[in-house]
Write a protein that binds this ligand. Sequence first.
Ligand code: PGA
Length: 230
Amino acid sequence: MILAANFKMNHTRASTREYLEKLEEHESGGVELYVFPPATALQAHSGKVRVGAQNAYAAVHGSFTGEIGLQQLQEFGINTLILGHSERRHIFGESQELIAKKFAFYKEQGFRIFYCVGETSKERDKGSEAIHRAIEAQLVGVDLEYEKLIVAYEPVWAIGTGKSATPEDITEVLAFLRSKTSAPLLYGGSVKPANIQEILHIEQCDGALIGTASWDITTMQEMIDLAKEI
Ligand code: PGA
């Protein structure tokens, strides 16, 4: 079981350190834990929790204003990365071509990649074929056999809205993804203590990528305890 905390643009370096310390102290059973702080809070960390980056450019270093690359990640021993998050795609306009380029670069570097896909509400309204088409388009240029790949299904309309997809919706899309890859499959989108067990019980669901509910350490610890019972 994998639980990953995506801090997005929340927490500072100091509060991330405190959070990681508390997470290390918490009994996690067999649950694998990942924390993705903002770039300024990336830090060397040893322990059971793995720290990863939310985004990085496909270069070692260079003239890419506002970006971080391999050199900046290596300073802290970071080798885990989220790619293709819907906020990167929709708010910052990342194209599939750019995301695939990042994927190829960090795959070459042996990074563990949390790769996100998910349909918009418009696509969902059109039915399951449109959903599959949308997801397929987000997999173009991605090596689905990469051994360090983890795929997160995150419907755009469920992210940060408090409105999670139903177990039926999730089951259907995870089965579709399973037909394409043997990578661990996560669900993300308004996961919280009230729904995490139901979600983790879904066949083919190997864990959750959690935004909002992960930012508070007590809530995160609560979700770890609930995951341990599965
Ligand atoms: P949320 O975010 O839990 O706040 O919906 C999930 C994500 O974007 O990974």
